[in-house]
Design a protein around this ligand. Structure first.
Ligand SMILES: NC(=O)c1ccc[n+]([C@@H]2O[C@H](COP(=O)([O-])OP(=O)(O)OC[C@H]3O[C@@H](n4cnc5c(N)ncnc54)[C@H](O)[C@@H]3O)[C@@H](O)[C@H]2O)c1
Ligand SMILES: [Zn+2]
Length: 1629
C-alpha cells in the first residue's frame, strides 16, 4: 500500500476487533484475506451503497486475490450480492433470499460474509451468518453512523416479522467491525443526524465531557461529513484534518462506551440496559411512526421525555433537560412530537398516551402498572446503574399534551421560592457577554427556547464561545469582542417564535464583517409562521436609514431578513419606538460597535415599555459602557434621545441573572387567589424589571397584604373569594403581567379595568383577545378597550367548570389560566408545553414547590372516548325540535314525522295559546313583542323539560331572536336531542306568507328577517331538512311526489332519532354490500334511469367533488360547489330513492376533483353533509385532525367511512405503512376504506392477506380494501364491504377498474363464491302463476345465477320435502292450499307468520350451532300482509289512516289471507277493523282464535249497514274472497251470469261502502283475476275520485318484492320486474 493507514482499535469482549479510521477499503481487504482464510468471501450490500462504494471493494479484493493465486490451492472466490435497501429487506423472505444465494453458489462452512451497509444490512446479514451452516464467520462494515456506533457493536442480529421488529434473531459476534468514517461523507444528512441521536445518548448516560464536546461542536461535526475528503485524506494521521479528528473522536468515544458496557454485560442483564436511555418511550413512538420517522429521531424525542420524567421526579434539574434539548436540536433532531416533521404526519394522531403506554407494556422488560426507564441524574450520569422502575401515572403525566390542575390550597403554604432567570435579562446578558471581552460566568440563566435560540444563533455567527460548568448551572461565555462572521451558504438562522432573539439579532447581524472565506454574502434570520407575522419593520427602517443593507425576504416588515455584512455605520439614528422597546434595546446593545458613536432618537409618539429600555442601559453599564439619556436643559425633563460611546464591553467575571419578575406573578397570584402566602426570594424593590411592581400595584389593591424588601416579595391573599376589583390600573410598566391580573380579576368582586397594554395584541398571539375568548368559556364577561380590557368579576362559585383552555401556544396564557384553575375545578390547560418558553418546569414547580397537584390529560384519547360514546349520543326517544322561518312547512313536516314515528306533534304557538289562554296576535298586540318573546322562551324551557321524549315540537320562526332562547336550543342540540332546521327557498316562503294571515305581520321585509335569522337557525340546530321545491301544502304535488315526500320525511326522522337508522344491513360479516358512485355534476341527470342504476346496490355515493352547478359549468379549473347547491342535490336525490347516501368530498391527491389545499372548505361541506343527515360520510384521514374529530363528535346516527387513497402505486399492502393508515382510520371511522393500486394480480393477494389479518383483530371495523386499475379488478370482486360500483348507464367511471354490480355477481359466481340457488312455488293449481316471471326477471337483472320454478304437487309430501332439503335450496313461495300445511316442515316462524297463522314464504337461514358448527334452519314468514300494507301506504299517509275522529277499515273474508289483511291494518294503526264474511261464524272464529278477541275488531253481518255504523269514516277496504264470490247491485258480476248458485252465495257489495269523501281512500282486491273485479269496478263507478283501487296482481308484486329481498338480501328492481310481470299477466287474460 502506498500510503500508511492509521487505525484506532477498540477492544470488545477481550479482543481488539473494532478498527476505526478513514478510507479503510484496502486495509479491510488485506486484514480479512490474511487473517480469515477462506475459499469464499461474500460481500452483501444494498443498492444505494453498491452504487457508491461496491466498485472500490471489488477492485481491491480482485487485485488481492489475483496476487493470492498460484499457491496450489484454488483461488478463493469473491462474490457480491446486492439487495434492495430499506427495512422491508430485513424480513424472513429477505433472509431466505440471501440463504438461497449462498446455497446456489455452494458456499460452505468456511465462508466469510461481509456486511457492508447500515443497520438493516448488518442485522440481516449477521443473522444469516449466525445460522447458515450452523454459523459462519462475518464482518461488519457499517456505512451509516447509526450502524457504526450502535447496531454493529454488541453482536445483536435480527429480522422483523409482521408482528413486530427484531422479533427473531441471535447474538452473533462479528470477527471484525471496520469503522470507516469516510463512508459518512456520502450518507444523507438526515441519516447522519439519526446516528447522532445514539451518540448523544451514550454521552448523556456516561460521560459529561464527551457531552460538552458534542453540545459545543455540532457545526464542526456536520462540516466534517459535508466536505468530501480528497485523495484519501485522513487515511493516515498526517493527512487527517482537524474536523476529521473530531468526528473520529466522537465516534470512537461513543463506540468505546458501548463496547465497554457490552463487555461487562454481554447479554443485557442490568448495566447494558443503560444504553436504552430514550428507547423505552422512543421505541413506542417508533412503533407508531415507522417507517416515516427514523429510529434515532424517535429516540431523540424519547430522551427528552424520559429526561422530563426524571425532572418531574425531582431528580434531574431543568438545566439538564435544557442542555439535552439544545444538543439534540443542534444535530437537527426533533425533540418533541409537536415538531412539524412529526405533527404533520397522519400517523402522529395515533400518538396517544394510552397507545404509547400500551406499546411499552408489550415490551418484555415491563410488567404491571410500571415501566423500566433509564433515569438521568445529571448530564453524564444515571440515577441507578440500571433502568429505574417508574409508575405509569408519572409517565402518562409527562406524555400528556394537556394539564389539569387539581384545585386546592397549596400544601407548601407558606411558599418560599425563586423563579427561573429572567428571559429579558438572560437574552441581554447573552448578547453583552458574547460581544464583550474576556470570560463571563452567567448564573441562573434561563434555559428556555428563547435563550437556546439566542445561543445557537450567536454560535452560528461565531460570535462567542459557550461552555457549561457546575453540571450546567453556569454558562461560561468567552466573548468574541464583536467579531462575527457570515454563516455558510444555505444556512439560515432559525429563531422559532422567539421575538426577543429576533429583534436583538437583527442589529447584531449588521455587525457581521465580510471575510474572504465566506460562502454566503448575507446573513439570513428567519422564524416560524407566527414569527413571520410579528413586526420588525420600524427597526429595519431605522437600520436601513443608517446605511445597513437589509431585505425582507417574504412579507414586508417581518422575518425572514437578509442582512448584508457591512458593519454598523452609526451616527444619528432615528427609531419609531411605539410598538416595541426591543427595537430600542437592540440598537443600544450593539451601538458601541458602530463605526461612529451613536445618537439614538426615539420618534413616532409614545415610547412603549420604558422600563425595558432602562434595564438595557443599566446592564450595559455593568458591562462597562455607559449610555446616557439626554434631558431638556430648559425643563429638566428627560428626552427620548440617547448617546452611546464607542467601545468594547468588558465582561464581569460573574454575572447573576435576576429571576424573572413576570414569572413571579403566577405563584404570587396563586397565593392571592387561594388565600395563602408566597414569598419570592430574589425579586424586590431593587429589581430592574417592571413586573416586580405587580404585587404592590395590582395584588395589594385587590386586597392582599404585600411586603416587599429590596430583594424579596411576599403576598398574603385574603380568605378565598374576598378579592376586590381595581377600578382602573395602568399596566404599561408591566405589560406581561396583565394576563395574570386578568385571571385574578375574573374572581374579584366588581369591574377591573386594565389599561396601557395595547402592545399585547402583537405578542405570541393577540393576548387581549385570547384572554377575552378564554374567559368567556368560564362565563366571565369582558369588554375590549383600545388599549386594554375590562373584566367583570364573578364569585368563584358562578364560574363554569370543566373548561378546556386553549393557549395559542403562548406561555403566559397557559400560566395565567393555571392560576385561575387552582380554584375552578376540572379546568384543562391545553398545550401544556408552551410554558417551555420561560418556565419549562412550571408544572413540576407548581406541584413540587407550591403544592398544587397537576394531572396529565390526554386530549386525543379524551376525544376518542368522547366519540366512541358520541357527543350527540342522545336517547332514541329524545324529542325533536323544529325551527325555521315561518312558511317553511314546519307543521306539515312535523305532523308527518310524528305520525311516522308514532310520536306526538306539538305546535309551540298553539301550546302557548292554550296555556296562556290568549292568541299570539293578541298577546303581541296587548303586551308587545318583548313580552311575547319572553313568554315564548318560558314555553320553550317548559317543553324542553317536560316533553323531552317522543315528541316532535315545532317552534315559532322568531324563537331564535333572543340570545337566551338560542342558548337553550344550542344546549339541547349539543347534549339532549336533535334540532332540525326546516329550510325552503326564500322566494317560496315569501309567496306562501303573502297568502297567510294567522300570525302577526312582520314589521320589516321578510327577506331581511330571513337574512338575519338564517345564521341563527344554523347555529341553533343540529340538522337541516330541506323541504322540496314546490308548494307542499297545496295539492300541486302529484300523488307520487307526495308519497316520495312522505317517505323521505319518515326516513329522515327515523334515521336521526335512531328509531330506525337508515344504514344498510349488508354491512355485516358474511354479507356483501355495494354502493354506486354518482359521477354527475347534477344528480338529476341520473333520475330517468335511477332504478336501473341502483339495481342491487345498498347505497349511493354522492361525489360532492364532482358536483357543478349550472353557473360553474363553464368554469375551467377548480370549482367548489356551494353548500346550498349540495343541499339541493341531496334533497333531490332523497325524493327518488331511499337508499343511504355516502357523502364524499374526494381530493385531487386521493383521486378526486376537490382542490387539495381547500381543507377548510372540504370540512365545511362534510359538516353540511352530516347536517343533512347523510348516512355515511367519507372522511379522508389526511384532513386536519381537529376537523376530523369535530365531524366524529357530530356524526350522531350516521357513520364515518375513514378513507385513505394511494394513487401512486407506491403503497404495498404488506409494508408497515398500510397498517399505520389502517390504525388511524379505524380510530376515527366506523368503516375503514383503504385504496391502493395494483400493478400485478399478486398485489390483490397481498391486499387479501392484509384484509384477512386485520379482520382478525379484536373489534375490527368493516374494511373497504380495493386496488385501482385493471389489474386490481380482482380486489373489487372479492371486497365485501361497500364495494364501489359503476353502471353502464353512467357517463363515466368514478375510478379506473370499477365494475358494475352485475359484473361482480357474474365474477363471484364463476369464482364459486356465489353458487346458483333453486327457488320454488309450492301450491296447486299454479300453472298461471306470475311468480317465476317476477323472480327470474329480478335475478337476471341483478346478474344473480339463481332460478325460480314451479313445484306443483297434490299435497305437502315427499317432493316438497326433498326440494327444501337440497343444499342449493334458496327459498320458496307457498300458495293456496299449502299455507298452513307447510308449517310442520319448518324450524320456526316469524312473529308475523305466527300471528297470522299462515306461511307464504320459506327462507333457509344459516346459523352457527352451539358447538360452533354451521347449520341451516328453515324459517316460515308471511309477506302477504306486507304486500297489502305496501299497497295501502303508497296511497295513504299515516295521518290519512290514523285520523283523529277515529278510523275504520274493512276486511272481507275469513281465510288465511283475511288474517294477513287484518294484521296489516292493525300494524297501520287503523282504529277499528270490521270483518265481514258470508258465514259470520267463521269470521267470529277467526277474531277469537287468531286475534284473541281483540276489541278493535268487529264482526259485521250487514255491509249495507256498515256505512251508517262507521259514520262515513271507512276508507280502507281489503277483500280476500275470489272475484267470482262477489256481486254488485248495479251490475251483476260476470261470473254470476254463468253460475246462478254463485250469485245466491255471493257477497253483495253495496255502493255505500265508498261513501267516504274527506280524503284519500283505498280498496284492495286480493282476487288475482280478473284485473278489474266487481269490487274495483264498483269503486270506480261510485263516482268518488278519492278512492284508489288496487288489483290483486299489484299486491302479488309487492309481496313478491319483499320475498325477493328476504331471499337475496337485495332490493328487487321493481319497475322493470313490475312491467315485465304486468305485460305477461295482461297477455294471459
Ligand atoms: N443490532 C442492533 O443492536 C441494532 C441497534 C440499533 C438499530 N438496529 C437496526 O438498524 C436498522 C437501521 O439501521 P440504519 O439506520 O443504518 O438504516 P439502513 O440500514 O436502512 O440505512 C439507511 C439508508 O441509508 C443508506 N445508506 C447506508 N449507508 C450509506 C452511505 N454510506 N451512503 C449513502 N447511503 C447510505 C441505506 O441504503 C439506507 O437507504 C434497523 O433495522 C434497526 O432495527 C440494530
Ligand atoms: Zn437505538
Amino acid at each position: 500500500m502506498a500510503d500508511t493507514t492509521d487505525v484506532f482499535k477498540v477492544s470488545i469482549l477481550g479482543k481488539d476487533s473494532i478498527h476505526c479510521g478513514f478510507h479503510l477499503i484496502p486495509y479491510i481487504a488485506q486484514t480479512v484475506l490474511t487473517t480469515l482464510p477462506s475459499s469464499t468471501y461474500i460481500l452483501i450490500t444494498d443498492t444505494n451503497i453498491a452504487k457508491l462504494h461496491l466498485a472500490a471493494f471489488e477492485e481491491v479484493f480482485e487485485a488481492a486475490l489475483q496476487g493470492a493465486s498460484g499457491h496450489g490451492s484454488p483461488k478463493p472466490r469473491f462474490l457480491t450480492l446486492v439487495i434492495p435497501p430499506g427495512e422491508t429487506s430485513k424480513s424472513r423472505e429477505g433472509k431466505a433470499n440471501i440463504e438461497d444465494f449462498l446455497l446456489q453458489h455452494r458456499c460452505t462452512r468456511d465462508s466469510v460474509v461481509l456486511a457492508l451497509g447500515g443497520g438493516v444490512i448488518g442485522d440481516l446479514v449477521g443473522f444469516v451468518a449466525a445460522t447458515f451452516m450452523r454459523g459462519v464467520k462475518f464482518c461488519q462494515i457499517p456505512t451509516t453512523l447509526l450502524a457504526m456506533v450502535d447496531s454493529s457493536v454488541g453482536g445483536k442480529t435480527a429480522i422483523d416479522t409482521p408482528h413486530g421488529k427484531n422479533l427473531i434473531g441471535a447474538f452473533w459476534q462479528p470477527e471484525y467491525i471496520f469503522i470507516d468514517a469516510a463512508f459518512l461523507e456520502t450518507l444523507p444528512p438526515r441519516e447522519f443526524s439519526n446516528g447522532m441521536a445514539e451518540v448523544v445518548k451514550t454521552a448523556a448516560i456516561w460521560n459529561e465531557e464527551e457531552f460538552i464536546s458534542l453540545e459545543s461542536h455540532s457545526a464542526e461535526i456536520f462540516a466534517a461529513i459535508q466536505t468530501p475528503s480528497k485523495n484519501h485524506a485522513g487515511r493516515s494521521k498526517a493527512t487527517r484534518s482537524q474536523a476529521q479528528e473530531l468526528l473520529l473522536s466522537v465516534i470512537v468515544g461513543s463506540i468505546s462506551v458501548k463496547a465497554h458496557i457490552v463487555t461487562i454485560d454481554e447479554r443485557e442483564t442490568g448495566l447494558r440496559n443503560l444504553v436504552n436511555f430514550g428507547h423505552s418511550i422512543g421505541h413506542a413512538i417508533e412503533a407508531v411512526l415507522t417507517p416515516t420517522i427514523l429510529h434515532g429521531e424517535c429516540v431523540s424525542i424519547g430522551m427528552i421525555l424520559e429526561a422530563e420524567i426524571s425532572r418531574q421526579m425531582g431528580i434531574l434539574s431543568q438545566v439538564g433537560v435544557g442542555r439535552l434539548t439544545r444538543c439534540l436540536k443542534g444535530y437537527n433532531l426533533p425533540v418533541s412530537v409537536s415538531d412539524p416533521r412529526i405533527s404533520n404526519l397522519p400517523a402522529a394522531r395515533s400518538l396517544t398516551v394510552d397507545k404509547l403506554l400500551d406499546i411499552m407494556r408489550i415490551d418484555k422488560k415491563n410488567s404491571g402498572p410500571a415501566k423500566k426507564i433509564v433515569i438521568l441524574s445529571s448530564i453524564g450520569a444515571t440515577y441507578e446503574p440500571k433502568a429505574t422502575v417508574v409508575a405509569d401515572s408519572i409517565i402518562a403525566k409527562t406524555l400528556a399534551e394537556a394539564a389539569r390542575v387539581i384545585p386546592g390550597v397549596p400544601t407548601k403554604n407558606p411558599v418560599v421560592m425563586s423563579t427561573p432567570g429572567s428571559k429579558s435579562i438572560s437574552n441581554r446578558a447573552l448578547v453583552l457577554a458574547a460581544l464583550g471581552q474576556g470570560t463571563c460566568k452567567l448564573r441562573n440563566l434561563l434555559h428556555s427556547d428563547d435563550t437556546q435560540v439566542m445561543m445557537a444563533a450567536l454560535n452560528e455567527l461565531k460570535g462567542a464561545n459557550f461552555a457549561w460548568e457546575d453540571g450546567g448551572e453556569t454558562l461560561v461565555v468567552t466573548g468574541g469582542q464583536g467579531s462575527l462572521s457570515v454563516p455558510p451558504k444555505g444556512k439560515e438562522i432559525y429563531l422559532g417564535n422567539a421575538g426577543t432573539a429576533a429583534r436583538f439579532l437583527a442589529t447584531v447581524c449588521t455587525l457581521v464583517q465580510k471575510s474572504p472565506n465566506d460562502t454566503a454574502d448575507v446573513t439570513v434570520i428567519t422564524g416560524n409562521a407566527r414569527m413571520k407575522q410579528r413586526p420588525i419593520g420600524p427597526l429595519v427602517t431605522a437600520l436601513r436609514a443608517n446605511g445597513s443593507g437589509i431585505d425582507f425576504l417574504e412579507g414586508e416588515g417581518c422575518l425572514p431578513l437578509a442582512i448584508a455584512p457591512d458593519g454598523l455605520k452609526g451616527g444619528q439614528i432615528q427609531l419609531a419606538a411605539s410598538v416595541s422597546s426591543q427595537y430600542v434595546s437592540s440598537i443600544l446593545l450593539c451601538a458601541p460597535y458602530a463605526s461612529e458613536p451613536i445618537t439614538l432618537e426615539l420618534i413616532g409618539g409614545q415610547v412603549i415599555s420604558q422600563p425595558y429600555i432602562d434595564m438595557t442601559i443599566a446592564m450595559m453599564k455593568t458591562f462597562g459602557i455607559e449610555a446616557t439619556r439626554r434631558t431638556d436643559p430648559a425643563t429638566g425633563k428627560l428626552l427620548d434621545i440617547y448617546d452611546i460611546p464607542k467601545g468594547v464591553y468588558t465582561n464581569p467575571p460573574i454575572y447573576n441573572i435576576e429571576s424573572d419578575a413576570s414569572s413571579a406573578t403566577y405563584p404570587l397570584a396563586i397565593a392571592a387567589i387561594t388565600g395563602t402566602s408566597c414569598t419570592i426570594d430574589n425579586i424586590g424593590t431593587a429589581s430592574l424589571q417592571g413586573d416586580a411592581k405587580f404585587a404592590k400595584e395590582v395584588l395589594e389593591k385587590m386586597g392582599c397584604k404585600v411586603t416587599q424588601t429590596e430583594t424579596e416579595t411576599t403576598v398574603q391573599g385574603p380568605p378565598i373569594g374576598q378579592l376586590k376589583a381595581i377600578e382602573e390600573v395602568d399596566m404599561e410598566i408591566m405589560t406581561d403581567a396583565f394576563l395574570t391580573a386578568t385571571a385574578v380579576a375574573a374572581v374579584a368582586s366588581g369591574k377591573t379595568r386594565i389599561l396601557g397594554i395595547a402592545n399585547q395584541r402583537v405578542k405570541e398571539c393577540n393576548r387581549i383577545r385570547a384572554m377575552i375568548d378564554q374567559l368567556a368559556k368560564f362565563g366571565v364577561d369582558t369588554v375590549e378597550l383600545d388599549d386594554g380590557l375590562e373584566v367583570i368579576g364573578k364569585p368563584i362559585a358562578e364560574l363554569k367548570r370543566g373548561v378546556s383552555v386553549h393557549c395559542y401556544d403562548d406561555h403566559r396564557v397557559a400560566m395565567a389560566f393555571s392560576v385561575l384553575s387552582t380554584v375552578i375545578e376540572n379546568t384543562i390547560i391545553e398545550e401544556k408545553r408552551c410554558v417551555e418558553k420561560t418556565w419549562p418546569n412550571w408544572w413540576d414547580d407548581l406541584e413540587n414547590k407550591i403544592g398544587i397537584k397537576v394531572e396529565g390529560v390526554d386530549l386525543a384519547s379524551l376525544h376518542a372516548t368522547g366519540s366512541a360514546s358520541g357527543v350527540q349520543q342522545h336517547d332514541s326517544a329524545a324529542s325533536v325540535f323544529l325551527i325555521g322561518m315561518r312558511g317553511t312547512g314546519k307543521t306539515f313536516v312535523g305532523e308527518l314525522a310524528a305520525s311516522a314515528l308514532g310520536w306526538t306533534f306539538i305546535d309551540a304557538d298553539q301550546y302557548l295559546e292554550t296555556k296562556l289562554r290568549i292568541g299570539v296576535r293578541e298577546l303581541v298586540h296587548q303586551k308587545g313583542w318583548v313580552a311575547f318573546r319572553e313568554a315564548e322562551l318560558q314555553i320553550l324551557k317548559e317543553l324542553v323539560a317536560e316533553k323531552s321524549q317522543s315528541h316532535i315540537i315545532s317552534l315559532g320562526g322568531g324563537i331564535v331572536e333572543t340570545p337566551a332562547a338560542r342558548e337553550v336550543l344550542k344546549e339541547y342540540a349539543a347534549n339532549k336531542g336533535p334540532i332540525v332546521h326546516v329550510a325552503r327557498p326564500i322566494d317560496e316562503i315569501v309567496k306562501y306568507l303573502n297568502a297567510e294571515s294567522a300570525r302577526p305581520a312582520y314589521e320589516e321585509p321578510i327577506i331581511d328577517v330571513f337574512r338575519r335569522r338564517e345564521p341563527w337557525f344554523t347555529e341553533c340546530s343540529s340538522h337541516d331538512f330541506i323541504n322540496p321545491v314546490g308548494d307542499l301544502t297545496s295539492g300541486s304535488l302529484s300523488s307520487a311526489q307526495a308519497a316520495a315526500n312522505r317517505n323521505e320525511i319518515a326516513r329522515f326522522f327515523k334515521h336521526l332519532t335512531r328509531v330506525r337508522p337508515n344504514l344498510t344491513h349488508n354491512v355485516e360479516p358474511d354479507r356483501r354490500s355495494y354502493f354506486l358512485c354518482l359521477t354527475y355534476p347534477d344528480v338529476r341527470q341520473a333520475f330517468p334511469y335511477i332504478e336501473e342504476l341502483t339495481e342491487g346496490v345498498d347505497a349511493l355515493e354522492l361525489r360532492v367533488d364532482l358536483l357543478k352547478s349550472e353557473k360553474d359549468y363553464e368554469t375551467i379549473g377548480d370549482t367548489i360547489p356551494s353548500i346550498s347547491y349540495v343541499a339541493e342535490q341531496v334533497a333531490h336525490l332523497r325524493r327518488v330513492t331511499g337508499l343511504p347516501i355516502v357523502f364524499t368530498v374526494r381530493t385531487k391527491s386521493q383521486g378526486g376533483a376537490f382542490p387539495d389545499k381547500a381543507e377548510k372548505e372540504a370540512l365545511t361541506l362534510l359538516n353540511a353533509g352530516l347536517r343533512l343527515g347523510v348516512e355515511y360520510l367519507d372522511v379522508e384521514i389526511s384532513l386536519p385532525e381537529k376537523g376530523i374529530r369535530e365531524l366524529v363528535s357530530k356524526k350522531g346516527t350516521s357513520q364515518i367511512v375513514a378513507s385513505w387513497h394511494d394513487w401512486s402505486g407506491g403503497m404495498k399492502w404488506n409494508a408497515p405503512g398500510v397498517k399505520e393508515k389502517y390504525d388511524i382510520a379505524s380510530r376515527v371511522g366506523d368503516i375503514v376504506k383503504i385504496v391502493g393500486k395494483a400493478e400485478t394480480l399478486q398485489d390483490n393477494f397481498a391486499l387479501y392477506d392484509f384484509a384477512a389479518s386485520v379482520g382478525k383483530l379484536p373489534g375490527a371495523k368493516p374494511l373497504i380494501a380495493i386496488n385501482m386499475g385493471g389489474a386490481g379488478q380482482m380486489s373489487r370482486i372479492l371486497n365485501t364491504t361497500l364495494t364501489p360500483v359503476s353502471h353502464p348507464l353512467l357517463p363515466n367511471k368514478a375510478a379506473p377498474g370499477q365494475l358494475s354490480f352485475k359484473q361482480i355477481q357474474h365474477a363471484l359466481h364463476l369464482l364459486g363464491l356465489l353458487p346458483a340457488k333453486k327457488f320454488y312455488l309450492f301450491g296447486t293449481p299454479i300453472g298461471h302463476s306470475m311468480s317465476p316471471t317476477l323472480h327470474n326477471t329480478g335475478f337476471k337483472l341483478l346478474g344473480l345465477p339463481h332460478n325460480y320454478e314451479l313445484l306443483e304437487t297434490k299435497d305437502v309430501g315427499e317432493e316438497i320435502k326433498v326440494a327444501i332439503s337440497e343444499p342449493e335450496f334458496g327459498g320458496a313461495s307457498v300458495t293456496i292450499p299449502f299455507k298452513l300445511d307447510v308449517i310442520p316442515l319448518l324450524d320456526r316462524l316469524t312473529d308475523a307468520a305466527e300471528k297470522i297463522g299462515a306461511v307464504n314464504t320459506v327462507i333457509p337461514k344459516t346459523v352457527t350451532n352451539a358447538d360452533g358448527g354451521i347449520g341451516k334452519v328453515l324459517v316460515g314468514d308471511n309477506t302477504d300482509w306486507l304486500g297489502i300494507r305496501a299497497s295501502i301506504t303508497q296511497r295513504l299517509s299515516a295521518s290519512d289512516i290514523q285520523r283523529q275522529q277515529g278510523s275504520a277499515g274493512l276486511v272481507i273474508g275469513a281465510g288465511g289471507t283475511a288474517r294477513a289483511a287484518i294484521y296489516a291494518l292493525k300494524s297501520l294503526g287503523v282504529g277499528t277493523v270490521y270483518v265481514y264474511n258470508r258465514t259470520k261464524r267463521k269470521a267470529e272464529e277467526l277474531v277469537e282464535q287468531a286475534f284473541g278477541g281483540d276489541k278493535t275488531l268487529k264482526v259485521v253481518d250487514d255491509l249495507e249497514g256498515l256505512a251508517r255504523e262507521t259514520g262515513g269514516t271507512l276508507n280502507i277496504i281489503v277483500s280476500t274472497v275470489p272475484a267470482s264470490a262477489t256481486t254488485t247491485a248495479s251490475s251483476p258480476s260476470p261470473s254470476s251470469s254463468n253460475d246462478r248458485t254463485a250469485v245466491a252465495a255471493g257477497v253483495a257489495l253495496p255502493k255505500s261502502l265508498f261513501d267516504y269523501r274527506d280524503g284519500p281512500a283505498v280498496v284492495v282486491d286480493m282476487a288475482y283475476k280478473p284485473e278489474e273485479t266487481p269490487l274495483l269496478r264498483l269503486a270506480k263507478e261510485s263516482g268518488s275520485s278519492n278512492w284508489a283501487g288496487v288489483p290483486g296482481v299489484e299486491v302479488l308484486l309487492e309481496q313478491g318484492y319483499v320475498q325477493f329481498e328476504l331471499w337475496t338480501g337485495r332490493k328487487c328492481p321493481k319497475e322493470q320486474v313490475g312491467t315485465t310481470v304486468l305485460t305477461r299477466y295482461r297477455a294471459q287474460e
